[in-house]
Design a protein around this ligand. Structure first.
Ligand SMILES: [Zn+2]
Length: 530
């Protein structure tokens, strides 16, 4: 049985306190979700902010191969016509193949929050669904507060669903908006919904489930609904969302596919789960949870002596699944052998050979991670580390010294200036540049020295710069970790630096970000000339 996966990381997920995604971030995540095999990507609420409207414009040229893009919005306002409703018009303007409409199903919300009548609410649902069906949209209807509403007045709640179904909604999604439902209630109410459609002689609708995690049961509730015949599952990557979060799509996909025998994505896509969880966390500038089910770094980490001895004999003795199925790895904590294996595999993935220096690389990674580096989100710096470990490594340049001056005098504007000393071959250059801030000035000065030797660097753009504090309890004395993302044409790479001094951390990340493309272009030239 195929389950349709509906991701709302870009809309409901961004409701998480402290999370904010730029349009660029949202496009990156959309590409990742498409690769994972997600069927629907809800891009945002175009009526609520201009950033979402920009996303819907740009996503059209992203070339998604699998996912259908959905725009989210509410049913028309009470007493209004769809044609005159600003929210409805914004949904039309988003020009998505799928429109997801949220409507009220709880009598409490209809009468006391919306302050309208039962009949008008039914008309709002029917009119808005019909309006988009006439425009050839696939309509997903989100029945807000469905389970709570059902407990108050089951007949009215079912009537709202019937109104959406009669107007042509393609899927009716039962929402546990407040996140307080329990799995046995979700199962019983889902069963009752299906029975009510039979009783009214209506065709059985496609049902969906949208749960929140306020009772730590969002995944369990979604599984309960699927076992009662629900076919669409809505959630977010890593369970990001308001309050305690939305339903986490990562474990739900793994559970449905590996434990319950439903089809969600293909086996190769399932192996991307760990990568997807970590990449989305990095883009959202959040630390991935090391203890996350299935995909956390510690999800298959074995520390206890008896456990380690047992898993060496029979891997399944202390593991609920084979971690490679979800792209994770079994780890024996504090064993450098495990580390060596991982590094060899990752080096091979990059097409590099280690020439027997795995041990040195492992040691170096341990030292750097202790200082605050984290290579999971910085593939580019990991690649540099391996390349620099080669005995015959010839760096294309060397950064010898730098000085950065940030000046603020009286009412004058703050200025930043950097000077660097760079060696290329046997030539040493001094260059200086001003910039918008110290890192920008440093980047400018380094490029000024390198460009005459490496004109290809003109194509390299810095597309993202993020700072995260590692030991946050230390306040301004904490260690900042800097992540830089660079691009040249279609190619992208992320690099990292960590130091008590934020300028030094940025300098380390910048260095890698400029050295890596030179090595790659040198290799391309070698390949072409041979
Ligand atoms: Zn929600």
């Amino acid at each position: 049985m195929q389950i349709m996966l509906y991701d709302t990381t870009l809309r409901d997920g961004t409701q998480r306190e402290g999370m904010s995604l730029s349009c660029e971030d949202k496009l990156k995540i959309a590409r990742i979700l498409d690769d994972l095999g997600i069927h629907y990507i809800e891009g945002g609420w175009p009526g609520s902010n201009p950033k979402d409207a920009e996303f819907f414009q740009r996503v059209k040229s992203l070339g998604l191969t699998h996912a259908r893009v959905a725009a989210f919005g509410a049913t028309r306002h009470a007493g209004n016509r769809c044609e005159d409703d600003a929210n409805v018009r914004a949904l039309v303007a988003a020009e998505t193949p799928v429109v997801t409409l949220v409507g009220k199903s709880s009598i409490l919300h209809v009468e006391q929050v919306l302050e309208t009548t039962r009949e008008e609410n039914l008309a709002m649902i029917a009119d808005t669904v019909a309006y988009f069906k006439q425009r050839d949209k696939e309509v997903v209807y989100d029945a807000e507060h469905f389970f709570d509403g059902y407990k108050l007045d089951p007949n009215y709640t079912l009537a709202t669903l019937a109104a959406a179904a009669r107007a042509g909604a393609n899927c009716l999604v039962l929402c546990d908006t407040n996140g307080g439902a329990l799995p046995h209630e979700v199962a019983a109410i889902t069963r009752a919904v299906r029975a009510s459609f039979h009783a009214q002689g209506l065709p059985e609708p496609d049902l969906g489930i949208h749960t929140h995690n306020d009772g730590a049961l969002a995944v369990a509730n979604a599984l309960a609904a699927v076992q009662e015949g629900v076919r669409q599952v809505q959630g977010t990557i890593n369970g990001y969302g308001e309050r305690c979060g939305n339903m986490d799509l990562i474990p739900v996909i793994a559970n449905l596919q590996l434990k319950l025998g439903y089809a969600c994505v293909n086996p190769a896509q399932l192996q991307k789960l760990s990568d997807v969880a970590h990449s989305v966390a990095a883009i959202a500038n959040l630390n991935p949870d090391p203890h996350a089910a299935y995909v956390g770094r510690s999800a298959f980490a074995h520390k206890g002596g008896i456990h380690v001895a047992a898993i060496e004999k029979v891997a399944s003795s202390y593991q609920h699944i084979d971690p490679t199925l979800v792209g994770n790895t079994k780890r024996v904590v504090v064993s450098e052998l495990a580390g060596r294996g991982n590094i060899r595999v990752r080096a091979e993935e990059l097409g590099l050979t280690l020439q027997g220096v795995e041990g040195n690389v492992v040691q170096r990674i341990k030292e750097l991670e202790h200082r605050g580096f984290q290579f999971e989100a910085a593939e580019g710096s990991f690649e540099m580390l391996i390349r620099r470990s080669a005995v015959d490594y010839a760096p294309p340049f060397d950064l010898l010294d730098f000085t950065v001056i940030v000046e603020k005098r009286g009412n004058h504007q703050i200025t930043s200036q950097a000077t660097v000393k760079v060696r290329v071959g046997d030539q040493v250059m001094h260059t200086a540049a001003e910039g918008d801030g110290p890192v920008n000035a440093l980047d400018g000065a380094i490029r000024k020295a390198l460009l005459p030797h490496y004109p290809e660097l003109a194509e390299v753009r810095l597309v993202d710069y993020k700072v995260r504090i590692i030991d946050e309890h230390r306040g301004t004395a904490a260690t900042p970790r800097v992540l830089i993302e660079s691009a040249s044409g279609d190619e992208r790479w992320s690099t990292i630096g960590a130091s008590h001094n934020i300028i030094e951390a940025s300098y380390q990340a910048l260095w890698d970000s400029l050295e890596l493309p030179l090595l790659r272009s040198r290799e391309r030239q070698n390949r072409e000339s041979s």
